[in-house]
Design a binder for this molecule. Sequence first.
Ligand SMILES: CC(C)(COP(=O)(O)OP(=O)(O)OC[C@H]1O[C@@H](n2cnc3c(N)ncnc32)[C@H](O)[C@@H]1OP(=O)(O)O)[C@@H](O)C(=O)NCCC(=O)NCCS
Length: 171
Amino acid sequence: MKLSQKFFAVESSKHLIKKFDCGKTDMNQFLSRFAVKHAKLGLSRTMVLTVDDETNNKDHVAAYYTIAASNVIRNAIPTNQSLPHYPIPVALLARLAVDVDFQGKNLGEKTLVYALRHVVRLCDRGLPAYGLVLDVLDDGALGFYQKFNFLHAFSDNPMRLFVPMDVLRQL
Ligand SMILES: CC(C)(COP(=O)(O)OP(=O)(O)OC[C@H]1O[C@@H](n2cnc3c(N)ncnc32)[C@H](O)[C@@H]1OP(=O)(O)O)[C@@H](O)C(=O)NCCC(=O)NCCS
């Protein structure tokens, strides 16, 4: 079993999406039931890190992330910059999960970094986003995200984190 060197757009014909188990039902179900469908609808994009399985013609998924476009009201954004009154465009890190067999091996961190770089690339290609927002699933996930000191909580919601694009570019 060998981990792929990069993430691929999820495809049900290539990836064993029903076998992924990160320990959180909702996150497993999103990958198995909605990730491909939502990508086709243009709602979000899910990328998977695969594990080559020579006994199967599909690859296992070791980790995945999902990004989407979103917007937030300016008052809640933790920033010192002056922003317009209309909703501010941001990238959303909608999902991030690592299969239980691969947790505790720095794949969560690798997946986060890969997702953040993906968002910077999209921004550089012309999709405007002032920063990136992510909603923390629970206290366990908060412990993970607190390791990354560039993520700051929204003033009205400690479980919603933000990083400005100019900070992302420097990572
Ligand atoms: C949260 C999750 C992504 C972490 O993935 P992981 O591969 O186990 O994490 P890593 O091995 O990359 O850990 C990176 C660092 O975070 C720390 N960490 C990981 N999970 C943590 C937790 N629950 N609480 C505190 N710290 C945690 C690790 O100790 C490590 O720190 P170190 O570099 O100082 O040793 C994974 O447990 C998971 O998929 N959980 C279920 C889904 C979920 O909650 N996703 C988040 C959605 S918002």
